[in-house]
Design a protein around this ligand. Structure first.
Ligand SMILES: Cc1cc2nc3c(=O)[nH]c(=O)nc-3n(C[C@H](O)[C@H](O)[C@H](O)COP(=O)(O)OP(=O)(O)OC[C@H]3O[C@@H](n4cnc5c(N)ncnc54)[C@H](O)[C@@H]3O)c2cc1C
Length: 388
């Protein structure tokens, strides 16, 4: 039974981003919110496939600030929303094997500390080896480590945001794919779904990898593409300590972190092409295992069952940064899309900024203009080089 078909804000998409926006809005007193989710369960999109990494080690001040808002929310999540986030501050360790990596880490360290990241430090080769003794270290020159970086449980964060938003008045409508967005000469007036129509002057696109299709319903051409990302778990494996950080081999981009009784391995295949492809490619699994064994030789002994690997979608923009805020020519239509691999870690900041923009017209968290939709047409693309 639907509570109301007229809302102050309609959110399209019940992933971690839509849920965070709903929690921030309802926490700010805007309670008549409708979240429309196409599937029967929230979290089956990118959120449920994520590696859950959170970090403040970025190069762009806006990314760093978004993390500095988000990480304390994950830390205090239980007190704030009454549900665990699974935040484990085991750190991110970037391992440098070339002088240019060290130079890059030094530049970014200066930016991070200038923005107020307190527990990031540049570390020596010996410290890298002490942190992860199983690394092949003949070519390791040093690294960068931030102790408050780490990982969360994305599904648990989504559940917490959503549960508390619903308690605070939001309504979640499941199995309600948005099929059309209605506009008049003043802007957005509502949406149509397979479960009926909902009217509102404010509609937020939080549709993850499907954001372009939703934007097209409002006549907006959104440059967000789905890009397959595959994660490969090992079976239980005790040759590496469970307390190791998310460890990133800067030479190849191979990275891993503990997960359950084993480890979760990831790698950004540069040959991957955009598209809604979800199959796990055996060749990919072989390549990642070779990268793993090269950097961490004991991984050659880990058991891996390829049928337990899974793939999901990064929602990628041309400059690998999100598209946030209003669309000038479609009043009432807001975007929270294109996180390009950072949508879990930046979900709290995104929720805060969208709530600020919707309720007050501006946000103090960052200069959100740098992530606006107009930047593509106006040639203001963003550069962030610490991407994974
Ligand atoms: C393998 C992998 C690893 C990742 N690792 C990390 C990481 O370590 N750290 C990190 O921060 N991020 C990571 N990400 C990225 C992160 O998971 C995403 O950026 C984030 O989950 C995006 O959340 P979302 O809510 O925007 O999208 P989603 O979770 O995809 O939610 C969008 C929702 O919209 C719904 N929807 C779509 N169209 C419609 C419609 N027409 N009507 C109604 N509902 C609709 C979908 O069903 C879906 O539930 C990873 C992603 C993948 C795939």
């Amino acid at each position: 039974m639907l509570k109301a078909s007229t809302a102050d804000v309609i959110i399209i998409g019940g992933g971690i981003v839509g849920a965070s926006i709903a929690w921030h809005l309802t926490s700010a007193g805007c309670r008549n919110i409708v979240i429309l989710e196409r599937e029967s369960q929230p979290g089956t999109g990118s959120t449920g496939k994520s590696m859950g990494g959170v970090r403040a080690q970025f190069s762009l001040p806006a990314d760093i600030r978004m993390s500095l808002y988000s990480i304390p929310i994950f830390r205090e999540f239980d007190a704030l929303v009454g549900h665990p986030s699974g935040y484990r501050p085991q750190g991110y360790l970037f391992v440098a094997t070339q002088p240019r990596h060290l130079e890059f880490l030094r530049t970014n360290y200066a930016r991070q500390t200038a923005e107020g990241v307190r527990d990031v430090r540049l570390i020596s080769r010996n410290e890298v080896v002490a942190m992860v003794p199983q690394l092949r270290s003949d070519d390791v020159l040093g690294g960068s480590f931030c102790g408050s970086d780490g990982f969360v449980d994305p599904h648990s964060v989504l559940t917490g945001f959503l549960k508390r938003a619903l308690e605070q008045g939001a309504q979640l409508v499941r199995e309600a794919p948005v099929l059309a967005i209605d506009l008049d000469t003043t802007g957005v007036i509502g949406v149509r779904t397979s479960r009926g129509s909902f009217s509102s002057r404010t509609v937020v696109n939080a549709a993850g990898p499907w954001a372009s299709a939703v934007a097209a319903m409002a006549g907006v051409e959104l440059p967000v593409e789905p890009l397959r990302r595959t994660l490969v778990p090992t079976e239980p494996f005790d040759r590496i300590a469970r307390g190791v950080p998310m460890t990133v081999d800067m030479a190849t981009g191979f990275h891993f972190r503990p997960e359950g009784l084993g480890f979760l391995m990831a790698w950004n295949d540069p040959a991957e092409t955009p598209g809604f492809k979800l199959g796990v490619d055996r060749g990919f699994v072989e390549r990642i295992l070779a990268l793993a064994a090269d950097r961490v030789p004991v991984f050659a002994e880990a058991e891996v069952n390829p049928s337990r690997a899974w793939a999901g979608f990064y929602e990628v923009t041309p400059d690998h940064h999100p598209i946030l805020g209003r669309v000038a020519h479609v009043p009432g239509f807001f975007l929270a899309n294109g996180f390009s691999g950072h949508g879990v870690m930046h979900s709290p900041a995104t929720g805060k900024m969208l709530a600020d923009l919707i309720l007050e017209g501006s946000t103090k968290l960052i200069d959100v203009r740098q992530f606006d939709f107009a930047r593509f047409a106006e040639g203001r693309m963003v550069q962030e080089t610490m991407t994974l």
